[in-house]
Structures are given as structure tokens and as C-alpha cells.
Design a protein around this ligand. Structure first.
Ligand SMILES: Cc1ncc(COP(=O)(O)O)c(C=O)c1O
Length: 422
């Protein structure tokens, strides 16, 4: 569990007792280890350096947009992948420069395009429609990049596969020259070419990814020769996975960075190499801690906790697997198979990856806590107020200092957008 530890059979994070943090800061509670995030970032960066490539990491802030995380990544000279104008605005508040942000949206409105051009953000278009509308909205802003759909996708779940026939993202590879002609006709300089084939891939999927990376290079060469100038960057998107299950393999980082480097070197490409990891950087650095409200044998033994899919939707949405630890009694011979249920009024509101696959845990007691591991990516950023439940608090640990970054919401927070006060 790397930065997590077990001492006297209690779960610790960075040396702090998780159940005690939960009592002190309240539950549900996200805890992030900032040092771990830095380690993950540097691991990725150095794996490319070892291959002789100075990769530009554009952290995908949709994975986790906690401002303390963004500020720390800025210190490491990370760039950003943003997907909405509000992500861009938050990034700028956290000190990022416009030139360090690449915007890759989908179904982007004219209003969004206006905001982005005002902020001088490079837009990575994913449709011919966007090129045409951008030309009308801001004839002065003369640079774009193009996202392609290379037809082969990869991901941990079908919802996270972002390339292929029945996928909304990117311009189909066979239409890329048409897009380049269109953009050229409007006087746009095309700065780069981009793909993002999906999220959370491990093992053999890296081979699929490298196949698409080869395709991207072919398209890069085609566009460059059509335009008569070399594009400035090639962006291979995000997607590197993390081992969520006990027996999942580690992400084959060497195969990934060496694979990209080899392709770029073989073709003698001078363009900058971009990648856009999200999950790999923050995923294993966060846990979600919940308090147990109910323990009862119904048709099956049930543990009821004080969080639901409004706090962490991945299990309900994707059937995602998160390791679950009983914080006060991590290991015991005395176990039971439980359905670990949330507090929302939906049958699907459980943290098991499937309601029929119960989770073996030491015998649990009301008042104890569970921790859902690897909850740092697509956790808080996908949280909602369903059932008028509030979003959790977030604390950050850095060099053994704890900072409350976001308190738990309350009803008043949720009512601030009402036109009439109640
Ligand atoms: C365009 C783009 N880039 C990067 C990412 C990050 O993916 P991951 O967190 O799997 O690295 C995503 C995720 O959806 C994305 O849509």
C-alpha cells in the first residue's frame, strides 16, 4: 500500500491514524498525500528523461482539481489539460499561465470559445464545427491544435474508452486532412496534433496505445507535409492506469515511455512530446474515509456508511473496484462477507464493485471507519449533491503537515444559487 501503513492493526496515512483524522475533521473525508503526488509526477517525468525525452506533462485536472494539488504541480512546472472554462479559470487562479494550458473540450459552446479566446488558451478542436465557429468568434486568434480519433481505444471500462466508432470525441482520422484544409483556409496555424484513447489502461493495453501512437505520428507527417511546416507538438493524451485490485500489475511505465520515445526518435520528429496523465498522478494518493452507521445481517450482512455515490461514484458508475479497509481493525481471522452500502436512496449505492460480490472484511462495528483506497482520481471531482447530501471535506498532508483545504459543505452552501432566500 506504499504510503499507507498498518500499525497495531490500525490504518495510518503518512504516519497519521486514519480513524483519528476522521474523528477530528469529520466524515466523509478525502485525505490526499501531496508527497505521493509529487513522487508520481516525478516518476513519470524521469522515465521519459531516461529515454532522452523532455516530455511536457499536461496534468488532466479533471482527475482532481484541488487547488493545493494544482499549486504543487505548478511548482514542478507541470502544464495542464483543461476541459471547461471553469477549469481554466481555476488553473489561472492557481498561478498557471495561459500558455501552459491546453483546452480539449467536447460539444463546446460559442460562449465557451469566447471565454477561452479571451483567456488566450490554445484550443484543441474536436470537430470541424468548432473550427468554423472559432474562426467566426475570434478571427484574430490564429492558432489551434487538432484532436483525432484513431479508432482504437483502451480503458478500464467501456465508459472510459474515448476512441473508436461509437465515440463522440475527436475528428475521425480519415477526416483530418479535411480539418487541416479547413483550418488552413481560415488562416489558423496548426500547432499540434492530439489523441486521448481512453483512461485507466494497464498491461497489454499499452500495446494498443502504442499502435495509435504510431498512427498519430503518421498523421503528424501527413499534416506537416500538407501544410508545408512541422507542427510544434504531438500530444499522446492521458490514460496510464493504476493497480486498483490487490493482484493488478503495476503500470508498465518503462514500456510506455520507451515506446513513445522510440516512435518519436525513429521518425526523427522534432516536435515537443506532450502527455496528459490524470489518474496516474493523483489516483493512489487519495483515500475516502467514511464512518459506519449501521452493521446488520439482512438477507446478506450489510455495513451502512455515511457516504454514497455522491462522494465517490466510480463503483456505481463503472463497477469500479476500490480496496476497502476497516481502519480500526485492518486484519483479523474473524471476518464476514459484507455489502458495503452508502446513505443514498438508490439500490446501486454501494461501494462493492457489484452488489452480488460481497467484500470480506474483519467483523465491523458501528462507529468504526472504512477507507476506500485509490480514491484520489475522479473522486471529489465527480461528487454531487444527490439527496441533498453534502460533498465531503478534503485535507492534504505534505511533509507530515495537515491542511484542511475544503470544509464539508452545508445546506446553506447548496442554497446559494437560489434567486430567493428561504
Ligand atoms: C482529453 C483527456 N486527456 C487526459 C485525460 C486523463 O486521463 P487519465 O486520468 O486516465 O490519465 C482525459 C480523461 O478523461 C481526457 O479526456
Amino acid at each position: 500500500m506504499e504510503h499507507l501503513d498498518v500499525l497495531e492493526n490500525r490504518l495510518k496515512i503518512c504516519g497519521f491514524d486514519v480513524a483519528e483524522l476522521a474523528e477530528k475533521y469529520g466524515t466523509p473525508l478525502y485525505i490526499y498525500n501531496l508527497d505521493r503526488i509529487v513522487e508520481n509526477y516525478e516518476l513519470l517525468k524521469s522515465s521519459f528523461e531516461n529515454e532522452g525525452i523532455n516530455v511536457k506533462i499536461h496534468y488532466a485536472m479533471k482527475a482532481n482539481s484541488n487547488p493545493e494539488i494544482l499549486k504543487e504541480l505548478r511548482k514542478l512546472e507541470s502544464c495542464l489539460d483543461c476541459v471547461s472554462p471553469n477549469e481554466v479559470k481555476l488553473a489561472i487562479k492557481c498561478g498557471f499561465k495561459s500558455k501552459d494550458i491546453l483546452f480539449t473540450g467536447t460539444s463546446v459552446s460559442d460562449e465557451d470559445l469566447k471565454i477561452l479566446t479571451e483567456e488566450e488558451i490554445l484550443i484543441n478542436v474536436d470537430s470541424l464545427s468548432q473550427i468554423k465557429r472559432l474562426a467566426k468568434i475570434n478571427p484574430k486568434r490564429k492558432e489551434i491544435s487538432i484532436r483525432i480519433n484513431p479508432q482504437i481505444g483502451a480503458g478500464i471500462h467501456e465508459h472510459t474508452i474515448t476512441a473508436g466508432k461509437y465515440v463522440k470525441f475527436g475528428i475521425p482520422e480519415e477526416n483530418v486532412i479535411e480539418a487541416a484544409k479547413l483550418a488552413n483556409g481560415f488562416g489558423f496555424k496548426i500547432k499540434g496534433i492530439h489523441e486521448h484513447i481512453g483512461s485507466g489502461w494497464l498491461g497489454n493495453d499499452v500495446k494498443n496505445f502504442l499502435t495509435t501512437a504510431n498512427k498519430l505520428i503518421e498523421i503528424y507527417k501527413k499534416i506537416s507535409s500538407f501544410l508545408g511546416y512541422e507542427l510544434e507538438f504531438i500530444d499522446f493524451g492521458g490514460g496510464p492506469g493504476i493497480p486498483y485490485r490487490e493482484n493488478d500489475e503495476e503500470f508498465p511505465i518503462k514500456q510506455y515511455s520507451a515506446g513513445i520515445s522510440e516512435i518519436v526518435r525513429k521518425e526523427d520528429i522534432n516536435a515537443d512530446v506532450f502527455i496528459e496523465p490524470g489518474r496516474f498522478i493523483v489516483g493512489d494518493a487519495g483515500i475516502l474515509v467514511c464512518k459506519i452507521n449501521t452493521v446488520e445481517d439482512k438477507y446478506v450482512p450489510i455495513i451502512g456508511v455515511d457516504a454514497g455515490f455522491n462522494c465517490l461514484i466510480r463503483p456505481a458508475f463503472y463497477g469500479a473496484y476500490h480496496r476497502i479497509i476497516l481502519c480500526e481493525n485492518v486484519e483479523s481471522k474473524n471476518t464476514k462477507d459484507y455489502l458495503i452500502a452508502g446513505n443514498l436512496c438508490e439500490s446501486g449505492d454501494v461501494f462493492n464493485e457489484n452488489r452480488e460480490i460481497l467484500r470480506k472484511l474483519p467483523i465491523a462495528e458501528e462507529g468504526q471507519h472504512i477507507a476506500l483506497l485509490d480514491a484520489g482520481a475522479y473522486g471529489f471531482t465527480m461528487a454531487s449533491n444527490y439527496n441533498l447530501r453534502t460533498k465531503p471535506a478534503e485535507i492534504i498532508i505534505k511533509e507530515r503537515n495537515i491542511k484542511l483545504v475544503r470544509r464539508k459543505e452545508n445546506l446553506e452552501d447548496m442554497l446559494t444559487t437560489l434567486e430567493e432566500k428561504l
